[in-house]
Design a protein around this ligand. Structure first.
Ligand code: UGA
Length: 437
């Protein structure tokens, strides 16, 4: 089947290569010529495990271009452009709207347009009306991939969700998308067909639930900090209840990235527009709890070191999560910046995130007090304190004694509760976790 994918960011680029892996002929389209140039040469423009190999393996079925007209050869068109946060918290629909407008002249009778972007509820209905006069049909097929596992999640998703228009069009659209995903469906992947509003809601509800789970355990960390309880043991104990589950109960400096923070804010904004803002007022607490996690590290450092001005602090982690170079709304980078603003000299280390962070640091005017490196040991050298802000395996596996010898001070603040506290204490460190007395 001939497929076009509009938008080649984390979602679209991986989707395009994955569709080629399923045997389809795919063209990826994006307005960013640098990104397209890199993809065209089978070089991933961002760090995502397994993605380079996937691009290379499928290069004969995969092309990338900035020309929207290339979509005219395809019969299935995935829309995977970003929906960043607007100033008022709502989702910015500029890219989705312009992708659809650009696509309209390329559509033919019987084509299928498949929305994958995360959008405010009601968008699919509106876009469906726009697409209808061309004879094409629109479906909504939200994506649940996690960065760091994007290839695996695209090719082996937990479920497929199809939002379909009412009537016969729904059946024909479902049949076409079944053909696209036939290999995935053949593996027994659950496939759920529903109306547009439900499909749109599934996506934001899933991300809101995950964000709530993280903020719940971080709220417990706040309680643990004043009561002497240990939030990791608490999470283990409640997580054994299969109704609760242990996953996404890791307390620490909270969630970031290009999805959870902006999606819960966009959901709240849309609910307010729909006159049901009260239904989601709890998500504002979820967001507030998450925001407080970012100040907690500075509080702990100040408790231990006093005034941070003039102190040297190593921060391990820049990306919002391990196995990614994505620094969008990264708690790790936010914390490093706030420590630099407090007068500390900060060296941030990250195997991948160090590079994209440089431009942002220059823009923020902090480059005199905040520098980045790929070498976490070099960052620790001479530091009064070490903060672990992203749980890369290479940090977790580090030898505490070696790091102790490199540093001037002996304080480690484990912002992700990911270190073996006992071995760091045994190496002479003062260990402070998050909600871990
Ligand atoms: C999230 C969802 O997990 C995906 O299902 C969804 O498709 C995606 O957003 C999206 O909407 O595109 P992602 O942003 O890649 O995926 O990252 P997550 O693995 O969800 O982690 C988000 C943040 O939560 C990270 O900063 C992570 O460090 C933090 N987190 C995660 C915690 O603080 N504690 C946990 O227990 C788990």
């Amino acid at each position: 089947m001939k497929i076009s994918v509009i938008g080649c960011g984390y979602l679209g680029a991986v989707h395009a290569a994955s569709m080629a892996e399923l045997g389809h002929e795919v063209v990826g389209i994006d307005v960013n010529p640098h990104r397209i140039d890199s993809l065209q040469r089978s070089i991933a423009p961002f760090h995502e495990p397994g993605f380079d190999a996937l691009l290379l393996k499928n290069s004969s079925r995969l092309t990338f271009t900035t020309e929207m007209s290339a979509a005219a050869d395809a019969t299935v068109h995935f829309v995977a452009v970003g929906t960043p946060q607007s100033a008022d918290g709502s989702a910015d629909m500029t890219y989705v709207n312009s992708a659809i407008e650009g696509l309209l002249p390329c559509l033919s009778d019987g084509d299928l347009v498949v929305g994958k972007s995360t959008v405010p509820i009601g968008t699919a209905e509106r876009l469906s009306e726009q697409v209808q006069p061309t004879g094409a049909v629109l479906m909504w097929n939200p994506e649940f991939l996690r960065e760091g596992f994007a290839v695996e999640d695209t090719l082996s998703p937990d479920r497929l969700v199809y939002g379909v228009p009412a009537g016969d069009d729904g059946d024909s659209a479902t049949a076409i998308l079944d053909e696209v995903y036939s290999e995935i469906i053949a593996k027994g992947t659950p496939r759920l067909v529903m109306n547009f509003a439900t499909a749109e809601l599934v996506k934001v509800a899933a991300n809101s639930f995950l964000a709530t789970k993280i903020s719940f355990i971080n709220a417990m960390a706040e309680i643990a900090d004043v009561t002497g309880a240990n939030v990791t043991q608490l999470a283990d104990a409640i997580g054994y209840d299969t109704r609760i589950g242990r996953r996404f109960l890791n307390a620490g400096i909270g969630f970031g990235g290009g999805c959870l923070p902006k999606d819960i804010r966009g959901f709240v904004a849309r609910a307010e527009e729909l006159g049901v803002g009260d239904a989601l007022s709890f998500l504002k607490d979820v967001d507030d709890i998450n925001g407080r996690r970012r100040t907690r590290v500075a509080e702990v450092l100040t408790e231990e070191l006093g005034d941070l001005a003039g102190k040297t602090i190593a921060v391990w982690g820049i990306s919002f999560k391990p196995d990614s170079d994505d620094i969008r709304d990264s708690p790790a980078l936010d914390i490093a910046e706030s420590l630099a603003r407090a007068g500390a000299t900060v060296v941030s280390a990250d195997p991948e995130g160090w590079k994209p962070a440089q431009a942002r640091i220059e823009q923020s005017g902090l480059s005199d007090s905040l520098t980045t490196t790929a070498d976490h040991r070099a960052a620790a050298a001479g530091a009064d304190a070490l903060v672990v802000a992203t749980e890369w395996k290479v940090f977790q596996g580090e030898n505490a004694e070696t790091i102790g010898e490199l540093m001037s001070g002996n304080l480690v603040v484990d912002g992700r509760n990911c270190l073996d506290a006992e071995s760091w204490k045994a190496a002479g460190f003062r260990y402070r976790g998050m909600g871990r007395a």
